[in-house]
Design a protein around this ligand. Structure first.
Ligand code: PAF
Length: 278
């Protein structure tokens, strides 16, 4: 595996790559990332994984400081899984000056996680634009755990007319259903036992919705259940899958999304469902 530390190095090496897949990450890799890499291998001759803890998508300096980093372990994982190139630039290389994004984010960017983490998605799209323009991938792979991020990047590719095939990949879960996340490594042993309740609560909310059909009531009841379990809830919301807008009666393909803190660790999760299924 070739490890590249700056943009100049990558420009020269990418010239003769045929079909190129990019898996953008912030490192501290887990089985969710490995699943993205495995999918990428089915579509491309060369796989490039980027590891860059993007400071401008963090709202709190503590969150940025505490974000788990494990580059040596990550390199071993990438080698083991046959990744061709690791792009691991420094902050100075990516942002030599204050970044500027000439793209107006859609209204969705200021809802859900965007309303709780102002500027977060602007930071995400800024780094994504840089990576896409530099690497010019044919295929890109993102996990469904970050459902809103996935929607916004998909929209960005469409708006900017990038010739990139976008792949959204299913969330990988632990045996007890906890969605894999780099942040899980920050959980204490005690918290780790409680946090699968985020997924369980979302799942039960879907069952309740199919019985009672009042979205607002179901969202509020799920929020209350999480609060009673000790979570500080950012939101639990039911949206439609196609654009993450609030559903109308005729919408059948929905997704329930939740974001909450357990002992200061912010976790998110979501479950797609169809109101027609029993
Ligand atoms: O999902 C992530 O890890 C990050 O938001 C991404 C897409 C790599 C951008 O920094």
């Amino acid at each position: 595996m070739i490890i590249l530390k700056n943009q100049d190095a990558i420009r020269s090496i990418l010239k003769d790559k045929k079909i190129l897949a990019l898996v953008p990450t912030m490192g501290n890799l887990h089985d969710g990332h490995i699943s993205l890499i495995k999918h990428a291998k089915k579509h491309a001759d060369s796989i490039i994984v980027s590891i860059f803890v993007n400071p401008i998508q963090f709202n709190s300096s503590d969150d940025l400081k505490n974000y788990p980093r494990s580059i040596e372990k990550d390199i071993n994982i990438l080698k083991k899984h046959g990744v061709d190139i690791l792009f691991n630039p420094s902050e100075k290389d990516i942002y030599p000056a204050k970044p500027y994004l000439a793209y107006e984010l859609p209204p969705l960017a200021s809802q859900l996680c965007g309303s709780k983490r102002p500027g977060h998605f602007k930071g995400v799209i800024t780094i994504i634009e840089k990576l896409f323009d530099l690497i010019k991938p044919d295929h890109v792979f993102f996990g469904k755990k970050d459902y809103q991020q996935l929607m916004l990047i998909k929209q960005f590719i469409f708006d900017r007319k990038y010739e990139i095939t976008f792949h959204s990949i299913e969330t990988v879960r632990e045996k007890d259903s906890l969605a894999l996340s780099s942040r899980n490594s920050l959980l204490s042993k005690e918290s780790r036992l409680i946090v699968p309740t985020l997924y369980d609560t979302l799942k039960n909310a879907i069952i309740e919705l199919k019985k009672f059909s009042d979205i607002k009531e179901v969202e509020l009841s799920a929020q209350k259940k999480l609060t009673d379990l000790g979570w500080i809830v950012d939101y639990v919301e039911i949206r439609r899958q196609k654009d993450l807008l609030k559903p109308i009666d005729s919408d059948k393909k929905l997704v329930i999304l939740g974001a909450a803190y357990y002992e200061n660790i912010r976790l998110i999760d979501n479950i797609e469902f169809c109101t027609d299924d029993s």
